[in-house]
Design a protein. Structure first.
Length: 254
């Protein structure tokens, strides 16, 4: 395919997968359960945090996380007592265990009490061409609280050459507003032009087959390479192509 054919092909796949039907099979269904802004943010952040492995298990365990918080995540984060965290004792999703869950509840409370909330932190630290430093700064603030060292691994740091797939996905959920009904578009002061593709095995393999990515590792340098290619396709909304790359890989076995 030449450049025009490639863009037409990808645009068709975006239209196919960026559709409300996508929600029922994707972890983004969890933040869609809520109407309060802070509930949506926290549900999205926690769901994105455990979004690796089997998708059905991700969704199942994300529902379980919400249930353990009484399906009122913001109230639980802000009002919990030590005894409330005991109900998390048997939660685990792969290597994210109950200790990590409790730590993330405390970290979120710290962000909302002392740093103005999730949206404020990411907005304040955004740069003119990227959200990657913002992710780095968020991680520093999140772990200002006393915490077990092991919990740090569950928030990736782009400045350590991580593709930070899960938190880039969370930012897509919160920022993109295209009236298609999938991404939530809550945050108004961050431009979709700054977002990066949630790079993982599926999207990376498809991107390589299409000539959008040449680096073999799915790391920060690969993300930078892919970002540039996607911004050449659509400078205002490059991350919309995540729907095409993911859909081609997961649903079509491209």
């Amino acid at each position: 395919m030449n450049a025009n054919e490639l863009q037409d092909f990808l645009d068709e796949k975006v239209e196919l997968y960026n559709h409300p039907n996508f929600i029922n099979s994707d972890p983004i269904q969890i933040p869609h359960l809520f109407s309060l802004r802070e509930d949506i943010e926290i549900a999205g952040f926690l769901t994105a945090t455990i979004a690796w492995g089997n998708r059905k298990m991700i969704i199942q365990n994300s529902h379980r996380m919400m249930n353990l918080m009484g399906n009122a995540p913001y109230d639980f984060v802000m009002s919990h007592k030590a005894s409330d965290l005991e109900r998390l004792a048997h939660f685990a999703h792969r290597t994210f265990n109950s200790l990590d869950f409790a730590t993330f509840i405390k970290g979120l409370q710290h962000i909302y009490q002392n740093h103005g909330g999730l949206e404020t932190v990411f907005t304040v630290h955004q740069e003119k061409d990227s959200m990657q430093n913002s992710i780095h700064q968020f991680k520093q603030l999140f772990f200002e609280i006393e915490h077990p060292y092991r919990s740090q691994k569950h928030i990736s740091d782009p400045l350590n050459n991580s593709a930070a797939k899960r938190i880039n996905m969370f930012l897509r959920w919160m920022v993109r507003k295209d009236n298609k009904g999938v991404d939530l578009g809550l945050w108004k002061d961050i431009s979709a032009s700054l977002l990066s593709c949630p790079l993982d095995v599926h999207s990376g393999n498809v991107a390589r087959k299409l000539g959008l990515l040449h680096r073999k590792q799915n790391d920060g340098r690969a993300l930078s390479e892919l970002d540039q290619k996607l911004r050449n396709l659509d400078a205002n909304d490059p991350v919309k192509y995540d729907f095409a790359l993911f859909g081609l890989g997961v649903f079509e076995g491209f």
